[in-house]
Design a protein around this ligand. Structure first.
Ligand SMILES: O=P(O)(O)OC[C@H]1O[C@H](OP(=O)(O)OP(=O)(O)O)[C@H](O)[C@@H]1O
Length: 206
């Protein structure tokens, strides 16, 4: 097993294309894409290409910033915990005046990797909470909001958190590729993209 898995831009593109096809088939066209930054930005933009039919309006992409940081605090087990910090949240400024834009919508959350699942768990829980709160306020709780997920890679390992399916409202989880628990080197992190791509080709990740 390789210690470091090199991923090429072409590979990212193809995983997005396959993910979009699966998503369209199983869930249907999304109303909005929510990209978890920074790693989710590039896949979100690419997958949008394949989710849109020719002649249709672009699907809006909202960005949220979630960062993991080591919590050295009072965990009950001996592991160092991880906490999620919101560095940026939804902003419907130009899209609509209100946060109610998500109620009853088909939403696709995009990130590059599902590692311990902490980030995705947080994103789904918080989005569900926000939508529920505003739907209750507006008396629109009968409208079903679907939260789906697409990640390029899911690491096959013990997860620290699980995503509550009830909160996904019938939305689904899509993975480009399940991978072992190794270091994934994405092209946007590379300082020498030619060598990086060469490694990816050698490993068959093209
Ligand atoms: O499944 P988890 O264990 O939660 O890990 C996955 C998250 O970790 C990385 O984010 P990071 O905080 O490193 O920020 P980045 O996206 O800006 O690189 C990655 O982009 C995912 O969002």
């Amino acid at each position: 097993m390789v210690e470091k898995m090199y991923i090429s831009y072409n590979n990212v593109h193809k995983l997005c294309k396959a993910g979009a096809e699966e998503f369209l088939e199983q869930v249907g066209k999304p109303d909005v894409i929510i990209a978890i930054g920074g790693g989710g930005f590039i896949p979100a933009r690419i997958i949008r290409t394949f989710l849109r039919s020719p002649g249709e309006k672009n699907i809006p992409i909202q960005a949220i910033g979630l960062s993991l940081y080591e919590d050295m605090g009072t965990g009950t087990d001996d592991k160092i915990g991880k906490e999620v910090i919101r560095t940026q949240w939804l902003d419907f400024g130009a899209l609509s005046q209100h946060f109610d834009s998500l109620i009853g919508k088909n939403i696709l959350i995009v990130d590059e990797v599902d590692d311990t699942r902490t980030t995705l768990h947080y994103a789904v829980s918080e989005l569900y909470k926000d939508v529920k709160e505003i739907a209750e306020k507006l008396g629109r709780t009968s409208e079903k909001t679907r939260l789906s997920i697409f990640v390029l890679h899911n690491k096959l390992k013990e997860k620290r958190a699980q995503i509550d399916e009830d909160k996904m409202g019938g939305g689904k989880y899509f993975v480009g590729k399940d991978v072992p628990d190794v270091w994934i080197a994405y092209p946007w992190e590379s300082d020498d993209i030619d060598t990086h791509t060469q490694h990816a080709v050698e490993q068959g990740n093209i």
